[in-house]
Design a protein around this ligand. Structure first.
Ligand SMILES: Cc1cc2nc3c(=O)[nH]c(=O)nc-3n(C[C@H](O)[C@H](O)[C@H](O)COP(=O)(O)O)c2cc1C
Ligand SMILES: CC(C)CC(=O)C(=O)O
Length: 411
């Protein structure tokens, strides 16, 4: 993405974008998008943990030409950053995921699409165009046939990868969502499921196919979480995120093998939601194609470590393996310097969630483009000021870490 001098003078930072978006969203949407699980300490720490690192800039290095691009899925992405999959973007703007897709296309940035999008995966891919890469985030349902159909549709539409979300065996406790009795408004639907075309495949009763009621779903989900294992039954009825996204039965051995069988060779299989070296090694052992270090933007296990703190052990574990797979990270990235720090700590690429939703709520496609442009300009500026002209040259020699007493150490 080329740096341009045209600025939106109302919005020069992601922090300003957050404020502008907050004024434009209704309470239910704002709370759903912005909250973290429980007390929100992991959500806050995802951001604040970046402040433990400072950049060691180098000078007199001819930074007249800075190349911020990286290759992902055989595509030249304009910056080492992608749009993380976030559910139900129709809540932010009537154009929803289509606006995000068009913005990704215009800025040369890969898009992650949530299974629980309010636009179908085919329409989103159509808006991105044939040469533009996308990854489908997957919640692997207990009803395997439903997931299989979704994967096959993604393959047909040209998605490059599925990102299996592994941090959601049960849904984290989001108190505002509970208090607001979150409901998808009637004019929106989870567009990849409960479609007429799916009806002939489904064994559900007629009664089960009535419009999803997310409030009832939330109650069902809470009830299922509280039930003991012996009483737990697979979800029945229409597919809603409260009932179907959490799947407590998933395990490495059976499910990764199943997924690879269905996806390969056309689509890669990644795991999203890794936070430890042990699980990174298991991911390598089970032959996944890539890892996203993530805690779901602090929306699942509150008290879990910040993703930038989990990243080094995951990178070290993956580097100890003979077959290297890419390690990406998301969570708390709000500035180009955060992107630089994550790359310096060994990430190959980063993904951003909420800032994109704020852009969408602010001005639809234009707002998402603004968000991506702000981050892009900041990455370029940071690289130039740190004395780095290529992304692959960003390494740990550019960072120091501050301990609690303010003592700085080289990495
Ligand atoms: C409103 C919202 C919805 C999300 N929906 C999904 C989802 O459907 N699937 C998923 O794997 N992650 C989902 N995520 C998590 C993001 O993919 C990503 O991990 C997280 O937003 C990164 O943190 P950040 O928002 O601080 O950038 C969602 C996050 C938010 C904020
Ligand atoms: C479909 C959902 C579970 C969406 C989600 O991942 C989230 O709200 O964090």
């Amino acid at each position: 993405m080329a740096t341009s001098n045209a600025h939106d003078l109302d919005c020069l930072t992601i922090a300003e974008l957050e404020k502008l978006a907050a004024e434009r969203m209704d309470k239910q949407t704002r709370d759903y998008y912005n909250e973290g699980a429980d007390h929100g300490s992991t959500l806050a720490e995802n951001m604040s943990a970046y402040q433990k690192y400072r950049i060691r800039p180098r000078v007199l290095r001819d930074v007249s030409s800075v190349n911020t691009s990286v290759s992902i899925f055989d595509y030249t992405n304009s910056i080492p950053l992608g749009v993380a999959p976030t559910a139900m973007q129709g809540l932010a703007h009537p154009d929803g995921e289509l606006a995000t897709a068009r913005a990704c296309k215009n800025t040369g940035i890969v898009m992650g699409l949530s299974s629980f999008s309010t636009t179908s995966l085919e329409d989103v891919k159509g808006a991105l165009g044939p040469g533009h890469p996308a990854a489908l985030q997957l919640y692997l349902f207990e009803e395997r046939e439903e997931s299989k159909r979704l994967i096959q549709r993604a393959k047909k539409a040209g998605y490059k990868a599925v990102f299996l979300t592994v941090d959601t065996p049960v849904l984290g406790r989001r108190n505002l969502e509970i208090r607001n009795q979150f409901k998808l408004p009637k004019h929106l639907k989870v567009a990849n499921f409960n479609r007429d075309e799916d009806a002939h495949h489904s064994a559900d009763s007629k009664e089960d196919k009535k419009k999803p009621d997310e409030e009832t779903g939330a109650n069902q989900s809470r009830k299922r979480t509280q039930d003991s294992d012996s009483k737990r039954t697979p979800p029945k009825g229409p597919i809603t995120f409260h009932t179907h996204a959490p799947n407590p039965t998933l395990v490495w051995e059976r499910d990764i093998a199943w997924l690879k069988e269905i996806c390969h060779p056309e689509m890669q299989v990644w795991v999203k939601g890794i936070a430890t070296a042990e699980d990174a090694l298991l991911a390598c052992h089970h032959g996944v194609d890539g890892i996203v270090v993530s805690n779901h933007g602090g929306r699942q296990l509150n008290g879990a470590l910040a993703t930038i703190d989990a990243l080094p052990e995951v990178v070290e574990a993956v580097r100890s393996q003979s077959k290297k797979i890419p390690v990406h990270v998301d969570g708390g990235i709000r500035h180009g310097t955060d992107v630089f720090k994550a790359l310096a700590l060994g990430a190959d690429f980063v993904w951003v969630g909420r800032p994109v939703l704020w852009g969408l709520a602010y001005k639809g496609q234009e707002g998402v483009e603004l968000c991506l442009k702000l981050l892009s300009d900041e990455v370029r500026l940071c690289m130039g000021l740190a004395g780095v002209t290529k992304v692959e040259d960003i390494g740990k020699e550019y960072l120091v870490k501050l301990d609690r007493s303010g003592f700085m150490s080289r990495l």
